[in-house]
Design a protein around this ligand. Structure first.
Ligand SMILES: [Zn+2]
Length: 275
């Protein structure tokens, strides 16, 4: 069953997790229901893509209402296709929420076990990875294009959580809407890196389609890395939505680089347990 369920025209949630874990918000926006125009029609949430700042801020306010996290609780990153992760605390709230300039530098993944923080990253084809370890209330999100994938940002997250005392067996992962294997054509250089990363996997997730051209299933590469890192296969949810095939999404490839960004997000709502 598809784990990402459309709640209204503007966002999907990871329905199974939301139902299971009280107070959790986790999902991804679509490109519909916003104020941006032209190449960014309409719900562009990326500051850095050439859209008007006022439109991006209007769109972010709208999403903050929809997901019920005030904008000043969001945290955003200057994503660089690297594998740097950052543990987020309440002191970081608001960084990257209203402007790109004060976003957290050179970071492609966040995690936290504190409430009242919305971890957010921007996407248009790259793979969003969502993590949760319910017993320790740890949540995380990562951005995996091909560089982050072969750099094994997924494994970095699982290692970082290991240092927090979390066993991989306790970790659940959801792999979100991103470019599918039919739409993602890469050259031998990328395939070599994938082969090095998945050295002992028997069936590799790519196909030769033309001389020097391969179709690559980036989501499945991430799934295999996560399994190699000790997370049971049954703990991993994987979407069938493709950012390029499905018109709900912005796609960097399909739109030839001139496009908006969706937001993937995860956070624990503040509870009233202290009252
Ligand atoms: Zn596709």
């Amino acid at each position: 069953m598809e784990p990402f369920v459309l709640k209204n025209q503007s966002f999907f949630t990871i329905e199974n997790w939301i139902k299971q874990f009280t107070g959790l918000s986790a999902g991804m926006t679509t490109k519909h229901g916003g104020a941006s125009r032209g190449d960014y029609e309409t719900l562009n949430l990326g500051f850095h893509v050439g859209d008007e700042l006022s439109a991006v801020c209007t769109n972010r306010s709208k999403v903050s209402d929809l997901v019920e996290f005030p904008l000043n609780t969001w945290v955003g990153a200057e994503q660089t296709h690297g594998i740097h992760l950052k543990k987020i605390t309440k002191a970081d709230r608001g960084k990257g929420s209203h402007s790109y300039e004060n976003s957290i530098k050179d970071t492609d993944g966040f995690y936290t076990n504190e409430e009242g923080i919305l971890l957010s990253l921007c996407f248009a084809d790259c793979v969003p990875l969502f993590f949760i370890a319910p017993e320790s209330r740890m949540i995380g999100i990562a951005h995996a294009g091909w560089k982050g994938t072969v750099g094994q940002i997924a494994k970095e997250m699982i290692i970082a959580w290991g240092r927090e005392g979390i066993d991989p067996q306790q970790i659940l992962v959801a792999i979100g809407p991103s470019i599918c294997e039919k739409c993602y054509i890469v050259d031998k250089h990328v395939i070599n890196m994938v082969e090095n990363t998945l050295e002992d996997v028997e069936i590799l997730p790519y196909n030769l389609i033309n001389d020097g051209q391969y179709s690559l299933d980036l989501r499945d590469v991430n799934r295999r890395i996560i399994m190699k890192s000790g997370v049971p296969e049954s703990n991993i949810l994987m979407t069938r939505f493709c950012s390029s095939c499905d018109e709900e999404f912005f796609s960097h490839r399909r739109d030839q680089g001139r496009t908006g960004r969706m937001l993937s997000f995860i956070g624990w709502k503040e509870t009233t347990k202290r009252l």
